[in-house]
Design a binder for this molecule. Structure first.
Ligand SMILES: Nc1ncnc2c1ncn2[C@@H]1O[C@H](COP(=O)(O)OP(=O)(O)O)[C@@H](O)[C@H]1O
Ligand SMILES: [Mg+2]
Length: 351
């Protein structure tokens, strides 16, 4: 659990706290993965850390980022960001916070909200830099926080609370968060609250007991999986940033297979693409062909989701169920897919 504050005025660093990479991590980042020279890459293109240099925005994500920045920099009250696991919520929140140049504002990010009420207030008090007394007394906490946000507001700054993985917020904490949103003047909401979570969060807010919460939402955006052409742009974009030439690294069919198996979810795209590069390197084959992607999918028990031939986000990664009737090998299925020719013509970058 990490609660950290971004107070540029105070000269603190990232809102996510100082990163303390372990020695192995920093070495592998410096020299890149073993396969890098083979593919003409300078670094790992599909690292799972949300590195801002690798940020890729589809139109929908750019819109969500715009909304998020607006939500964080103006007095908006509550904002909801919904998206399946791996669709890029945390990445977007980091990008939005990183782009806020304003030094009078302060944001606290709660990354793991499965906390008891006292722990939650303790972490917020630390994040907002409140007194020791405010860490242990809710009355003191509210008094100090109100004074701080009013003072900052008067100076033109915003105070924000971002709760990531908010679908895991215990019910009692959701209620506490709603009450924190009551800190306001006659004309403005003083504490901006952004809740990021998986679709279950939206379902929870439909519960009649949380009706009041839902009514307070001023902004809502949803992150959806990538379409095929976006998956292709995402993969080629990351390969280029890592110093490579996309068409020499993956074949088109390999990219289609990655899209199908990942259902267009960036985290899964990264995992499958990275493992396919390892596979290509092991077999000393480039560009990496579809067969290697299929091997990776088999190893991960993720089957390409055929039907994803409309260029729409795929229906969802299909997990192989134990005991299920074995299906034809993915490569064989794909050859029978009537949509493949159409699919292949929908993006450039790969031969
Ligand atoms: N817009 C994006 N640009 C670049 N990489 C992304 C983007 N969205 C997601 N990713 C990649 O996918 C991984 C998972 O994204 P993340 O933000 O952690 O998803 P979520 O928070 O929705 O579970 C990130 O670490 C990053 O590598
Ligand atoms: Mg996340």
């Amino acid at each position: 659990m990490a609660v950290t504050a971004k107070e540029k005025a105070g000269g603190s660093k990232s809102p996510f706290g100082p990163e303390v990479p372990n020695a192995e991590d920093s070495v592998s980042r410096r020299v890149g993965p073993l396969y890098a020279p083979f593919f003409g890459l300078n670094e790992a293109p599909f690292d799972l850390t949300p590195n801002p240099r690798f940020l890729f925005l589809t139109r929908q994500q750019a819109e969500a980022l715009g909304n998020l920045r607006y939500a964080l920099t103006s007095s908006r009250g509550f904002t909801l960001i919904i998206g399946d696991a791996g669709t890029g919520k945390t990445t977007l929140v980091r990008a939005a916070l990183d782009r806020i140049g304003d030094t009078t504002s302060r944001y606290v990010v709660v990354n793991n909200p499965t906390l008891a009420r006292a722990e939650f207030y303790d972490h917020l008090a630390q994040g907002f830099g409140l007194s020791e007394g405010a860490r242990h007394s809710k009355t003191q906490f509210l008094k100090e926080l109100q004074a701080q946000v009013e003072d900052r507001f008067a100076k033109g700054g915003i105070t924000g609370l971002v709760i990531d993985e908010a679908q895991s917020l215990p019910h009692e904490l959701l209620e506490e968060v709603r009450l924190l949103g009551n800190i306001e003047t006659a004309t403005a909401k003083l504490l901006n609250v952004v809740l990021c979570g998986q679709p279950e969060l939206a379902d929870r807010l439909n519960d009649p007991s949380l009706r009041q919460f839902k009514q307070r939402l001023a902004l809502r955006c949803e992150l959806r999986p990538l379409h095929l052409s976006d998956t292709a742009s995402y993969i080629s974009g990351r390969l280029r940033i890592a110093g490579g030439s996309p068409k020499d690294i993956f074949t088109r069919d390999a990219v289609v297979a990655i899209h199908e198996a990942s259902a267009g979810i960036p985290r899964l795209i990264n995992v499958i693409a990275d493992n396919a590069l390892i596979g290509g390197f092991a077999a000393q084959v480039k560009p990496v062909p579809v067969e290697i992607v299929d091997d990776v999918c088999r190893d991960f028990d993720v089957m390409p989701s055929l039907g994803a031939d409309s260029g729409q986000p795929a229906a969802g990664p299909r997990l192989a169920l134990p005991g299920a009737v074995p299906e034809a090998p993915p490569s064989q299925q794909r050859q029978t897919s009537a949509g493949l020719a159409r699919l292949r013509s929908r993006f450039r970058f790969f031969s």
